[in-house]
Design a protein around this ligand. Sequence first.
Ligand SMILES: NC(=O)c1ccc[n+]([C@@H]2O[C@H](COP(=O)([O-])OP(=O)(O)OC[C@H]3O[C@@H](n4cnc5c(N)ncnc54)[C@H](O)[C@@H]3O)[C@@H](O)[C@H]2O)c1
Length: 318
Amino acid sequence: MKILVAGGAGYIGSRLVPNLLDHNYDVTVVDNLWFGNQLPEKAKVIKKDIFELTAKDIEGFDRVLFLAGLSNDPMAEYSPAQNFISNASGPAYLAYIAKQGGAKRFIYADSCSVYGYAVNKFYDEEAPVTSSYPYGISKLQGEFGAMQLADENFSVICLRQGTVSGYSPRMRLDLIVNTMYKCAKVDKEITVNNPSIWRPILAISDAVKAYIRAIQATEEISGVFNVASANYTVGQVADIIWEHFKNNLNQKVKLNIKNIQDFRNYKVTTKKAREVLGIDFSGSVESILEELDKNCGDDFDYQKDNYYNIKVFKNLDK
Ligand SMILES: NC(=O)c1ccc[n+]([C@@H]2O[C@H](COP(=O)([O-])OP(=O)(O)OC[C@H]3O[C@@H](n4cnc5c(N)ncnc54)[C@H](O)[C@@H]3O)[C@@H](O)[C@H]2O)c1
């Protein structure tokens, strides 16, 4: 099977693409390489913006994955106009040419951020979507743009991912567990802006499983799926990391608890993804920490600009 992964040189792609190659899929990555290229040499990588692709470029591909765009709130707020172009029009355009070019399925890296500030109950895929900030709005627009193209000959699967964390060769330290791990390690202090806020966390190992299941699912399946390893409050995440450093690494970390209002708060159910796509979520904050311990040893450079999306993004303007 031939798979095109747009944005495949990013954080999720750099774990997913090697895994797809191990499954013997024929993979081509199209990426503008904002964060360089840490993919294995045998991966076919084309340095290109997705808006330069046409339906002709898609011919022969069975699956097209969208992992591109601006991937967090700070980037979206720094450049709201580019955010709406990249995250709303980007998936719609790629899905459009994927369908024109004869691909059978489009898979969209969606986000649970579409739920915005939810009331205190578990949200399934039918729950209201209420985000009022550029990133969340644009991810929802991208979902609409892709989903409306689904029909009996063209499947669309949108994976509404929780906040992903864990190790990737293209590392990000601006994602909740990774950030707190870095703060514990480097500053010996974790600041929690609001301990009561809920967040679904998706271990990157589970994210990879979700994309593989979405690639393999029978072609009649289309739809929107919440994907998360588990729901945690931000306070719970900090406590688990605090205990990990105390018990496993013998290091004392200070917890600095604040009470700053957040515009995101949601917890989600993943029953549909488990039952329809057969995704077996097995990650947890603890498994993410084990992975970080293994890969981010004493010589790991926590200050590298490349690990912080907003730093790289601001430099693109210069
Ligand atoms: N990481 C998370 O916690 C998370 C959670 C929910 C949703 N998502 C979504 O998953 C996707 C991947 O996230 P990530 O963490 O790997 O992000 P990332 O920023 O590490 O990777 C994005 C990649 O896309 C490329 N790219 C951006 N715009 C492009 C364009 N127009 N043409 C070609 N390449 C382009 C970048 O160079 C980069 O390599 C994003 O769409 C993001 O919104 C991520």
